[in-house]
Ligand binder design. Structure first.
Ligand code: SF4
Ligand code: SF4
Length: 177
């Protein structure tokens, strides 16, 4: 008899939990229509940034590649000229690739970058069907030209963009051809 009472009590307890949760708000999120905000310090897909004048911040120095513990970044630099300028200073990244099959989203590349060119964003929708698709090229990583800026390469006046790393990264001269 005591066993029957014990079982009934257990069933009652279980049903009480069921009824209680029926009154609670559902926790299911209807992804992809509905998206949860990510944590403030979430590290997702990278973006290569530009200055307000449209010049690329990346100067092809490869410090991000050197800092990457997963060997996920490949950078190849080339020379800038005033006739054909991609970034301030002597060099720019002619090739910039991140292999997302290797990346562990540690953020070391962002920390190492002297011009705040490479940053991790809160975008987490990364899916690929082939190995080649998992390698994001410079064209995919580079942010669009800002409204006040011009696309690269730009023709710039001599002696204006001589410093690869401007003194103030937020206040770089806006120059329009
Ligand atoms: S987030 Fe980390 S693993 Fe990914 S590319 Fe940057 S340094 Fe490499
Ligand atoms: S992203 Fe930054 S660290 Fe990497 S090559 Fe460009 S300027 Fe150098």
């Amino acid at each position: 008899m005591s066993k029957v009472l014990h079982d009934l009590k257990a069933i009652g307890k279980g049903l009480a939990t069921t009824f209680r949760s029926m009154l609670e708000q559902p926790v299911t999120v209807q992804y992809p229509e509905e998206k949860r905000p990510v944590a403030k310090r979430y590290r997702g897909r990278h973006v290569l940034r530009r200055y307000e004048n449209g010049l690329e911040r990346c100067i092809g120095c490869s410090l991000c590649a050197a800092a990457c513990p997963a060997d996920a970044i490949f950078v190849e630099a080339a020379e800038n000229t005033d006739e054909r300028r991609f970034s301030p200073g002597e060099r720019y990244a002619v090739v910039y690739e991140i292999n997302y099959l290797r990346c562990i989203f540690c953020g070391y590349c962002e920390e190492a970058c002297p011009t705040e060119a490479i940053v991790l964003t809160d975008q987490y929708e990364l899916s690929f069907e082939t190995r080649r698709d998992a390698i994001y090229t410079k064209e995919r990583l580079l942010e669009p030209v800002p409204p006040e800026g011009q696309p690269t390469p730009q023709k710039t006046p001599p002696g204006v963009f001589v410093r690869s790393i401007p003194e103030d990264l937020t206040d770089f001269p806006v120059w329009k051809p």
